[in-house]
Design a protein around this ligand. Structure first.
Ligand code: ZN
Length: 143
């Protein structure tokens, strides 16, 4: 397993390059965007949008990258925490495929699958939010 971790699973050039390295050099067959419930980055982005709360330093860059997901979820008329978490996982997964031509091509060619999963802190279960390539993985509860 080749792991690239960022707060709020935000994407930047270094993250995209690391993922492309994992796929092209290490031949990783699956890319997973793993979000989780009670995510502080999503909560902070919601607080920024809904209450104008601001954060300092580079944490602000993280929050700004989560904000489009929050805005899209709100625009869809959704309001539950889980819906914001799922929306951000779905958005990050789509963004990954939009920004990385290498990953999109590998997915279209059937060499890689890309999935967005939500991890539940309380019981360790994982739920499938979205997937691309190689059919639909069936992941329900993995402890
Ligand atoms: Zn988080």
């Amino acid at each position: 397993m080749f792991v690239v971790r960022t707060a709020g699973h935000v994407l930047g050039p270094e993250v995209l390059g690391s993922i492309e390295y994992g796929v092209s050099v290490l031949s990783c067959p699956m890319v997973i965007v793993l979000g989780h419930d009670a995510c502080g980055a999503v909560a902070a982005a919601r607080a920024a949008v809904e209450n104008g709360e601001t954060v300092q330093g580079y944490v602000r860059d993280v929050i700004e990258k989560v904000t489009p997901s929050v805005l899209a979820t709100r625009a869809a008329g959704l309001s539950e925490d889980g819906q914001f978490i799922a929306g951000h996982i779905r958005h990050t997964t789509s963004l990954l495929l939009e920004r990385s031509r290498l990953l999109a091509d590998a997915t279209e060619a059937g060499r890689v699958a890309v999935a967005g999963l939500s991890y539940q802190l309380a019981d360790g279960s994982v739920h499938l939010i979205t997937s691309h390539g190689l059919g639909t993985p069936h992941i329900r509860a993995v402890s």
